[in-house]
Design a protein around this ligand. Structure first.
Ligand code: NAP
Length: 259
């Protein structure tokens, strides 16, 4: 399917690896010019070059911490007017509800709620003026079904979800859609780190920890960044113009719910 976005310009945050990279790849494949971001300059530049080589689109790499004000200013300056925004950042650490104090919550809210809101606030007005835009926020299946050890993530992402629910309906008449894409377990460094934590806590191998988690997913495997990116690119397509304020699960059926 031609997604109708060839020649558009996208900012994809936290995109040197994992799900962000998957989204960048799929948008590049659709002919979208990219600005990509991550903190580590070396891996980011390697990804930018791989995208240029594979898809022949211009790719600007901006090394910065997107969760800081200075980092966002640097990224937004380089990005300029963009048609597509994919927000993403690392997830908060796991733990017990008794582990966290106010500062831990402030850090999680800053990274996974207030950062995407700041990016939306900076970029969406221009999209509305130009009469077209797509925003996809990478959140988590934990928005629909809490993951107890990820209490910081559950809390911050629920806040962003509430914001998007209302805001998406305020901007839709100007041709701008805002939706959230909710990953279940995907084979990325983040998933490896979580498996490593389980292995250590339960005295099992990382492979066994993964096998046990795969068994909880109806598809019986982890998702891939490429599959995730393809759904993200569809949400950014011209065809998805009537999809507004939705929370799209990409979890292999893991969340056991009717709706
Ligand atoms: P990943 O494989 O660890 O990749 C994270 C990417 O984000 C890297 O490119 C990293 O590069 C960049 N990054 C991290 N923090 C950043 C920051 N502050 N500023 C700019 N770039 C940053 O992680 P992932 O699995 O793709 O996860 C992406 C998001 O989806 C996370 O929020 C995660 O919690 C969520 N999620 C993932 C899964 C899963 O199964 N993978 C499931 C549910 C939710 P640098 O380190 O160089 O900055």
């Amino acid at each position: 399917m031609d997604l109708g976005i060839r020649g558009k310009r996208a900012l994809v945050c936290a995109a040197s690896k994992g799900l962000g990279r998957g989204c960048a790849e799929a948008l590049a494949e659709a002919g979208v010019e990219l600005v990509i971001n991550a903190r580590g300059a070396e891996a980011l530049e390697a990804t930018a070059q791989a995208l240029r080589d594979a898809h022949g689109v211009p790719v600007t790499a901006v090394a910065a911490d997107i969760t800081t004000e200075a980092g966002r200013a640097k990224v937004l300056k380089a990005a300029g007017a963009v048609d597509i925004l994919v927000t993403n950042a690392g997830g908060p650490p796991p733990g017990m509800w008794t582990d966290w104090d106010r500062e831990d919550f402030i850090a999680a809210l800053d990274a996974n709620m207030l950062t995407p809101i700041a990016l939306i606030s900076a970029i969406v007005p221009g999209m509305m003026e130009r009469g077209w835009g797509r925003v996809v926020n990478i959140t988590s299946q934990s928005v629909k079904a809490p993951i107890p050890v990820l209490g910081l993530s559950n809390s911050a992402r629920a806040g962003l979800t509430g914001y998007v629910a209302g805001t998406s309906r305020q901007v839709a008449e100007k041709g701008v859609t805002i939706n959230n894409l909710l990953p279940g377990i995907h084979a990325t460094d983040r998933a490896d780190a979580l498996d490593g934590g389980v292995a250590e806590r339960e005295g099992i191998s990382v492979a066994e920890a993964r096998r046990r988690r795969e068994a909880t997913i109806p598809v019986r495997r982890y998702g891939t960044a490429a599959e995730f990116g393809a759904v993200c690119a569809f949400l950014c397509s011209v065809q998805a113009a009537f999809v507004v304020g939705q929370n799209v699960l990409h979890d292999g059926g893991a969340v056991n719910a009717t709706l």
